[in-house]
Every structure is written in structure tokens, then in C-alpha cells.
Design a protein around this ligand. Structure first.
Ligand code: E4P
Length: 241
């Protein structure tokens, strides 16, 4: 499963890229507003710091202007994915943009019927919003289960991108259900690393280790400069010196 990071904050993305866990980025108009810079500067900046797909959302609501905005957003960088809302005009714009070989993320999906329409419009990604559905008393994860099953039955290529993620359990459930992508807020991504038994176990190991009085590295051994040069290769994701 791919991890996209759900933020328009370049600094937060730069902090997380070295983890090697970030496969792409999603933004929306609210995240752009929160971040404060103009759309083009923000999207270009994000595309410069990582190579994965970056979703940038149109704000027009009629077909012609959506396509115009979508083409402009796609021209900002090679890895831009145009985000369109799940409306009649949005799905016609999706079909046109796909015909122009532009990747499209159809957003604001809240039902299986909407996900079916998006797949028939050849969307690259469908974004069902699990947190916002949970907020209404429905189950966001039941929707993911149904969409994954339905797409499997018909062999649709559209990838299920689980959005509006609020907690670690959302990510775990999406993974178990076979979703293609989760777009995760930076705070939740860091919480994925955490488990109280990991922390407790590490504390105990360190206390016992200190009691041995040993050091793993022999005295005088210094290789720190070389070790810190080890970084992720951007091409294949492998570690290289
Ligand atoms: C991302 O593509 C969505 O716009 C985002 O996940 C929505 O999240 P929210 O419901 O927390 O605003």
C-alpha cells in the first residue's frame, strides 16, 4: 500500500521524506488556505522536494473551466495529479483530462455508486473520505470494503485512495482491506511507528545494556561521517552510499 502525505506544508513533507515512507502528496483548497501561499508556488515547491504524485485540486465547478484549470495545474510539474470533485461536470472533466493523458484524482466520494461512476470515467484515483463519513455516524471503512470488492469484481484500474484519515486504525483497516493508497496527515503517519511495548522493551534493553558496561564499537572506531552519507536513492528507493 502506498502512503501519500495529506498536507500542503512543504516543511512537514521535507521532514518526512527521509523516512522513505512517502510515496506522494495530496492537497485540497482548505490545506492550501491553511498553508498560506498561492496554489502554483505551493504545488511547484512540493513537486520539487519529492517525485511522487502530487494532487492539486481545481476550484471551478463547470466542465470547461475545470478542464482549463486542470491543464494549467498539470503544466506546473510532471508529477501533478489533477483533483476534481465527484459531480457530473467533474466526471466529464475527468474523462477529458484522462484523454489528454493527465492523471486524475476524483475527490469527495461518499458512496459505492459514486466510486463506480469515477471508475467508469477512467479516474486514476478515487478518494473516499472515511473520517467525514464516520462523523455522520456511517462507517467509512465499510465503504472502503465495498469499493475494493466492487472494483475487484470488474477489474477496474482506478486506485482506491483512502482519504480523510483521522487515526492509526483507519490506516490499519485500509491496509487489511487491500486499499491501494492511504493519504495520511503527518501527525498520524508518525503515530504509525508507535507502540507502548516497543518503547517499554527498548527502555529495558538499554538499561540492561548499560549494566554490561560494553560498547559495540571498539575504542577509537569512527565511521560517523561515512554513515551519515548513506541516504535514499531517489531512483529506486533503495539505500545507497
Ligand atoms: C485528501 O485528499 C482529502 O482532501 C483530505 O484527506 C480530507 O481530509 P479531512 O476530512 O480531514 O479534511
Amino acid at each position: 500500500m502506498k502512503f501519500f502525505i495529506d498536507t500542503a506544508d512543504k516543511n512537514k513533507i521535507m521532514d518526512l521524506v527521509p523516512t522513505g515512507m512517502i510515496d506522494g502528496v495530496t492537497t485540497n483548497p482548505s490545506l492550501i488556505m491553511k498553508q498560506g501561499d498561492d496554489m502554483a508556488t505551493t504545488i511547484k515547491g512540493i513537486c520539487n522536494i519529492q517525485n511522487g504524485p502530487v494532487s492539486a485540486e481545481v476550484t471551478a465547478i463547470d466542465y470547461a473551466h475545470m478542464v482549463e484549470e486542470g491543464q494549467y495545474l498539470a503544466s506546473l510539474a510532471d508529477n501533478v495529479v489533477v483533483k476534481v470533485p465527484l459531480t457530473v461536470d467533474g466526471l466529464i472533466a475527468c474523462k477529458t483530462l484522462r484523454h489528454l493523458k493527465i492523471d486524475v484524482n476524483v475527490t469527495l466520494c461518499f458512496s459505492v455508486a459514486q466510486a463506480l461512476l469515477a471508475a467508469k470515467a477512467d479516474a486514476t484515483y478515487i478518494s473516499p473520505f472515511v473520517g467525514r463519513l464516520d462523523d455522520t455516524g456511517e462507517s467509512g471503512m465499510d465503504l472502503i470494503k465495498d469499493i475494493v470488492k466492487m472494483y475487484g469484481l470488474y477489474g477496474f484500474d482506478t486506485q482506491v485512495l483512502v482519504a480523510s484519515i483521522r487515526n492509526v486504525q483507519h490506516v490499519e483497516q485500509a491496509a487489511v482491506l487491500g486499499a491501494d493508497v492511504c493519504t495520511i496527515p503527518p501527525k498520524v503517519l508518525l503515530e504509525l511507528y508507535e507502540h507502548p511495548l516497543t518503547e517499554k522493551g527498548l527502555d529495558a534493553f538499554l538499561v540492561d545494556w548499560a549494566n554490561t558496561g560494553q560498547s559495540i564499537l571498539p575504542e577509537g572506531h569512527t565511521n560517523l561521517e561515512k554513515s551519515t552519507k548513506i541516504k535514499l536513492s531517489e531512483d529506486d528507493g533503495s539505500f545507497a552510499i
